[in-house]
Design a binder for this molecule. Sequence first.
Ligand code: GDP
Length: 368
Amino acid sequence: MKHPENDSQYTGLTVNSGVAQPPVVNPYLNRRPKRKQLPSTPELVEGILRGDVTMLSRAVTLVESLSDSHQAIAQEVIEKCLPHSGNSRRIGITGVPGAGKSTSIDVFGLHVLRQGGKLAVLAIDPSSERTKGSILGDKTRMEKLAVHPDAFIRPSPSAGSLGGVARKTRETIVLCEAAGYNNIFVETVGVGQSETAVHSMVDFFLLIQLAGTGDELQGIKRGIMEMADGIVINKADGDNIDRARLAQAQFRSALHLFPPTTSGWKPEVLTYSGYYELGIPEIWEMIDRYFEYVKSNGYFEQKRQQQARYWMYETIDSRLRSHFYRNPKIEGMLAEAEQKVLANQLSSFIAARNVLDSYFNDINPEKR
Ligand code: GDP
């Protein structure tokens, strides 16, 4: 290197060229492995089949994700898990807030786990989207199950419509079953539409009721009662026992007025106390009887097939909708058409036809 101090007359140390000043920004930054790298599809599938809870949780997170790339992985994982699913009792549990769902599920869950196997508790709570806080989301509501090694508790997926939320739960059931969970509880708030969604994915539908309001039968929607395979009246303890028995009698006679169920099963009405753990084995004996009954008359299989068909059409439906509504051109057209309809310049039907025509024309111009 050319430098005055490198001159032959200079007797001191030589000066080396040194190294270039490093850039201010670390160029390796992006190449560092991300802390939470996504496992590959085979890793997820293998982990789930091994019963690895971390892998199961991560796959469920992918199922719930709105990102297209996550969805693609999730669908692949589900497909691989599907042949290992189906081997469980799927039980829907509903009741209005305060009916004692969390207390009861904690107790029911422990009862079931004492017989062996594993339990997954999932939830469908459409309110979680609106309120940004899920009524059913809090794991700590089920204190004992939350720390049980054989229980997997997952709060309601929060994003999207009820249909979307329910579909995600339906897919999560597949993953849980593949991971060896042979008892699945799907919890929902007994206040509306979500029961129908839960009913479409469970084998047994349990309705938790309360006594003591005097007009028990008026508060519940007839539709929910019609779906129930079992009605259980909670808080039958202390001086509430008599009222619970009265409510039991009222529900029993109300059920007589309903048309017979497709399964041939006669829904039963029992009383219990989740808090004091009274009457719990009787509830599970009823559920055992139900499974024996529907498995022997073929209804169990038939219902699962119906449900599988329902979810196929439901998925097609939702994919078509989102393809339509997420089309940028359609979004613009819809906004404009809506204005015209509101201003009475265009009828709803013509507006709808115009938008749809444009959509179909775009996706298949030759055929039109
Ligand atoms: P959820 O909103 O349906 O999940 O209901 P929770 O399980 O949170 O219960 C609501 C309230 O009812 C809580 O204060 C519970 O302690 C109480 N509770 C639940 N089960 C029973 C029961 O069997 N007997 C009595 N007396 N109270 C109960």
